[in-house]
Design a binder for this molecule. Structure first.
Ligand SMILES: Nc1ncnc2c1ncn2[C@@H]1O[C@H](COP(=O)(O)OP(=O)(O)OP(=O)(O)O)[C@@H](O)[C@H]1O
Ligand SMILES: [Mg+2]
Length: 258
């Protein structure tokens, strides 16, 4: 396993947002977590990324317990993240935005890049190469010099994913990469994830759109009210009566049968 969440629990006051959840992402696997609104998906995501600490349980990255490490340390050890909301630097080009991702894994770091310190220049050409490689992977090489805010949201998502890939992570965590997108853009993101999966990248996808997830994921963990209610291949999970009931009970317009 590349990443394992082991019996993670996190409470917020009286709410058990994540309740004893375990899952793993194997080498080259695209695993997914789905669940209705408030199921605990984002909380689980942040427990794995290190942006939240669990009350119980641990996170293991390539056989190393990273539970007490900061998000930055986890990133340096190979855990890349694409957050739910697009966080790109406006006024910068696609390439510049992707290069920001490269500074996470060089010695000089992001701060010295912003300050343009001397150590920054040593790493710059290497990062440039890496960023162009990441842009090729997501099919955006030709848009490298476009300013990001002129691009459609679906393309901005791809830029964000390229940024996460700039540093050759061993796993990519994606929080709702299709949220807020129209269906054509959704398809574009789905095809991108399929391409990355075919390239052998290990990914963990958190998403509430069941149709999107069943299309791209090899294995699905279904959460409801903090707990795992099903785990398995997309076809199995889709016809699981417990899963159907959870979705029908809490969400309109996104049933697993859709
Ligand atoms: N920082 C917080 N403080 C208090 N309660 C929180 C906090 N974050 C999440 N919760 C609660 O924990 C539960 C799980 O929330 P979470 O955001 O993880 O669900 P989700 O599955 O990501 O939902 P969505 O599909 O809406 O993104 C909810 O009841 C939520 O209100
Ligand atoms: Mg969420």
């Amino acid at each position: 396993m590349i990443v394992q969440a082991e019996a993670l629990t996190r409470r917020f006051g009286g709410v058990v947002a994540v309740d004893n959840v375990s899952l793993g992402v194997g080498e080259g696997e695209l695993a997914a977590v789905i669940g209705p609104n408030g199921a605990g998906k984002s909380t689980l995501f942040h427990l794995i990324s290190g942006h939240l600490r669990p009350d119980h349980g641990r996170v293991v990255l390539r056989d190393r317990d990273v539970s007490s490490l900061s998000p930055d340390r986890r990133a340096q050890l190979g855990m890349a993240i694409a957050f739910q909301t697009v966080r790109l630097f406006r006024g910068m080009t696609v390439l510049e935005n992707v290069m920001v991702g490269g500074h996470a894994w060089t010695r000089s770091g992001f701060a010295s890049a912003l300050l343009r310190l001397p150590s920054h220049h040593r790493d710059e050409s290497q990062i440039h190469l890496e960023a162009m490689r990441a842009l090729r992977l997501v099919g955006l090489e030709s848009a490298a010099h476009n300013v990001v805010e002129t691009l459609p949201l679906g393309v901005q998502r791809a830029v964000q994913i390229a940024r996460a890939l700039c540093g050759r992570p061993s796993v990519l965590l994606l929080d709702e990469p299709a949220s807020g997108l129209r269906s054509a853009e959704r398809n574009r993101v789905a095809r991108l994830l399929e391409t990355l999966r075919d390239e052998g990248l290990s990914m963990l996808l958190v998403e509430h759109d069941v149709a999107f997830v069943t299309r791209v994921a090899g294995r699905i963990t279904v959460m409801d009210r903090g707990k795992v209610i099903a785990q398995g291949a997309p076809a199995e999970v889709r016809r699981d009566p417990v899963v159907i009931a959870a979705y029908l009970g809490q969400e309109r317009g996104s049933s697993p049968g859709a």
